[in-house]
Design a protein around this ligand. Sequence first.
Ligand SMILES: O=P(O)(O)OC[C@H]1O[C@H](O)[C@H](O)[C@@H](O)[C@@H]1O
Length: 558
Amino acid sequence: MYKKNLENWLNSNVIDEADKKAVLSVKDNEELEDMFYKNLEFGTAGLRGIIGPGSNRMNIYTVGLATQAFSNVINSKDYTYAEKAIAIVYDVRHMSKEFAEMAARCFAANGIKVYLKKENGTTPFLSFLIRELKLAGGVMITASHNPKNYNGYKAYWEEGSQILEDLAGEIKEQVEKISFEEIKLIDLEEGFNKNIIQYLDGEIYKKYINDILNKKIEDENIDKNIKIVYSPLNGTGSIPVREVLEKRGFNNLFYVKEELDPDPDFKTTNYPNPENQKVFKLSEKLGREEASDILIATDPDCDRAAIEVRDKNGDYIFFNGNKIGALLVNYILERLNAKKKLKGNEVVVKSIVTGDLTKYICEKYGIELVEVLTGFKNIAEVANKLDKTNDKKYLFGFEESIGYCYTGSVRDKDAVNSSMMIAEMAAYYKKNGLTLLDVLEKLYEEHGYFFEKLNQVVLEGINGREKIKEIMSKFRNEKIEKIGDMNLVKMIDYLNSDTGLAKSDVLKFLFDDGSWFAVRPSGTEPKIKFYIYSRDMDKDKSKKKLLQIEKYIDERLN
Ligand SMILES: O=P(O)(O)OC[C@H]1O[C@H](O)[C@H](O)[C@@H](O)[C@@H]1O
């Protein structure tokens, strides 16, 4: 496969000489093989890869191929949307604008109208506008939170959510069939002149911001003097998140100035992923100077958000997606219930590798909790299906990977809205004399101490892929009876057993006390992930259990 793809590249008459030379200059065989051993594939969240030449890399040719394939699939279907058009939004990364323009030229050449965002924009905005304008779909050019040498291509369908395996499969089939020569293109200028490519107007953005503002639950009853530090980590959140927080009337907003402007090199963090506490370094500095109550950071395409909360000593405590999600679910259910706005037909969704505290919170309010495979597209699919029923309604979805989405007007993670909801929630509790740390502690006292740890092993390249397979197979054959006092009650192999969900390479080991751990290869990065969760009504015991499971896994890995 690698030789064939390499030959195609070198013999193609549409690939620039410079891009051929770049390939010929690669002397490392392993590197060359990695560049060509497959076509870039749709993973957890679309195409994602290193920017550079090769069939397994993000470049204008692979973006063109994906777009030609996507166009073929769109053109092969009867449609129910109002306009056969695609919206394209891109983030601040290297080549994002070029890839967006390449995609626009290709869709247009295939007779599909394009609404292009002129300046960089966020992922949730794209999702919102597809729904609002009733388009056929959309493309978001972003590698989300990956390092700066990556870019990606998230593909959306008419519901405003990312495509699922069925459509990804159809696109893949097309990618395998067509050659670079078959990518149809028109000039950008021609597209604009013929009006088949058009810039999005500002109205739709205003609608998006208003839609977010209208999602507020408490407004009078909150302390708007709460001190908030915000950092977009040099990504697209800078404009919308500040706008929303300012419009909500928060009076003490502090922004990390080094991380406010778009910067494709993400110089302050290198890895702009708010799942990683290190990205809060500058936020913490500013937080200390201002004695800020909370710090909020969003990732480059602004679909993810994480926070840190100031404790009694003035130190900042990192909150991961499990904690933030559980707090938001608790806040939303508690406040809607108090206002008699909770009908009981609402549905909360989380992934199978997301922590269980939310289960107990939902139970308390009699709200159904649905579990899906990793990938926000799967959460969105539940919302899409609920649209077709009259009795149930999507309320909130989240994943441990710091993505949350409140109500259904956006069908992907929305860190613009989440930043506002987090600020509102913190301000509500502040007015009631509580920090988010206090609220979390109360939840633990009520439902048990839920601790969690995500361990990840990075294994790159083809060898890495093999190693990941080996580790999965090792755990698949592992006969665990107990770890410490925790007795195994069930092992779920999502690839080989019938779980009611699509088959997926995930293993979950469940113990009798509510503790569990799961293993799966990442679908967005060259990693294997270990999700470790403990539960006990006693804090110290829960901490100990977490360490015991971690140790067990580490021993198997070494
Ligand atoms: O664990 P991975 O397959 O790398 O996915 C981690 C996360 O990646 C992206 O952000 C997706 O949108 C999420 O839905 C997913 O949870």
